[in-house]
Design a protein around this ligand. Sequence first.
Ligand code: GCU
Length: 664
Amino acid sequence: AENGYELWLRYRFEENVVRRNEYMQYCGGGIAAPEALKDGAAHAELKRALPVILGKAFQANNARAGCIYLGGRDDHPAIATLIGSDELAGVGDEGFVVRTGSWEGRPATVIAANTTRGILYGTFSLLRTLQLGEPLEEMHLADAPKLRHRLANHWDNPVRGSIERGYGGKSIFNWGELPKRIDSRLHDWARLLAAMGLNGVAVNNVNTAKNDLEGWRLLTPEYLPKLSALAGVLRPYGVKLYISVNFFSPMIVGSLDTADPLDPGVRKWWQAKAAEIYKTIPDFGGFLVKADSEGEPGPLKYKRTHAEGANMLAEALAPHGGFVYWRAFVYNARGDRTPQAYNQFKPLDGRFDKNVLLQVKNGPVDFQVREPISTLFGAMPRTALAGEFQITQEYTGQDKHVCFLAQMWSDVLRFPLKGEKNDMRMWNTTGAIAGVMNITDSPNWTGHLLAQANTYAFGRLAWNPDTSPDAIASDWTRLTFGRDPVAEKTIVSILRDSWPAYENYTTPFGIGMLSDRNKHFSPDPAGRGSVHNADSKGMGTNRNVAKGSGYAGQFSEPWRSRYEKPETCPEELLLFFHHLPYTYKLKDGATLIQAFYDRHNEGVAAARDFLRRWETLRGRIDKERYQQVRKKLSEQIGYAEEWQRSINDYFQKRSGISDTKDPS
Ligand code: GCU
């Protein structure tokens, strides 16, 4: 039965009827690979997929069928003939060239690359072509990732197996049984990461010491063999292992009485710890650190800067080629949090070691459904930055609402930091990207099956931030549900409309976090007075320079001026930057408060329509997955109605202005 476990790596025979002959011609004759690749992940993936996709005829030694050649130009004359040396040099150490042509009078397919990892990415790319039913004839694709470091961040707690902001299931890591037993799911996890195009993964929660979150233990000797086992699972897939560490480790794991980054004993402790890890895991990626943030300890306790803290770890990892991802999610509960990270980190530009990446969330608040881009991007030219996105939908419906985030991430990644005429984008100031994962031990990994589209989308955008969100949605849909065009159109339409719908029935116009304080799921406008700042006259937060916290002023032009005034501020961020009267007139003449009610009403209508659209798919996709999603979409309507009612009621009371279009 179909339960969604296969994700989009769902290889099938019957779906390829149209081009089966063509596929047989180019790929049906077997796989030719040098010894070194024969035990590798690419070869294994082809062996897993091709017999299913092509059917029994695969490898029947059909004299007319061509082979797939894997390797570099030196590995086979077919590769040297079909792939130019310039071409291969051009794709670097992670890219690949996939080309079909002919060799010795037979059709042939070549997957060429400079590294094993490149071959693996090329393999997933070829398989995607076959799964999508696209032509192989004259295929000639050279591709390489645009960002150098592409990381998954799991927020999993090793001891309890719970997941910080994890929905749909528990942690896939059973540390108790490692290294002895390696669950087969872990191999599929490594495949999944590689299929997403990622090359690094941090496996534990950034909160490492609070309550039961005992992630600090990963640095104890007991865990080293376990880490080594995980690294061994990841290695064939070209994914490096990272862990989140606690800044106080010298005291909690070691027996020092300080963790002061300028203390020579502390520095030595970290150096010895790094050496110990690399002895067992020579390709270890490095550390992810949440310091001086939400109760996690850090260098400020010793009156040292974030740079001094990060550089101490960087110094320990540098001899081994490791990296420190130092998070910039710092804020003080007093006052508006949005300008704070910039104020703390910008003065440190140029002071971080080369192997430190400052990991910055996409926006200044916290993964909201709508917020402007973080002003740190573009503000620290002498610091390597990593953009942090959240795949797990903490504030965007968790595993209960469909909310496809590709458009939001794409908007952030393509945001013209210095204005439309300049090509500076957040991602070309960074070279690194991290996604907080939505992967759990639930049978379909993500709980809500449609949430897999977010997992997929993050990988595609990390590989190439310019990929169109609509193309991602349609690829994912066809890979996941097959090639029925009606199903494709319907599911893509739900994905495309899901983010705007969620925004509308929860927090339109950038008003911000109106959810409950613990779970961040249900509406709690009364408990979020300091977010919406509603009084008898108006709502919203002043974050301009003239009247507010000045976040607008941290942008480069033209954004600074545009955000400064309500007349030029994009409407979707109006209440993020401005406190405005309920009767403020929007561009289309509507009053702000009525438009605010309307958005909620429209959002609910959209949620209802998702279920209606989905129900047209009965019989077009398999029953199991049809029912799984149907159930989620019908529950979503209830949650959407709850938001609409709660928010509209609250604001009608605050403003004394009723919703003239209330449908109820
Ligand atoms: C959010 C989230 C926390 C998480 C934090 C972080 O605030 O609610 O659970 O620890 O982000 O990114 O560190």
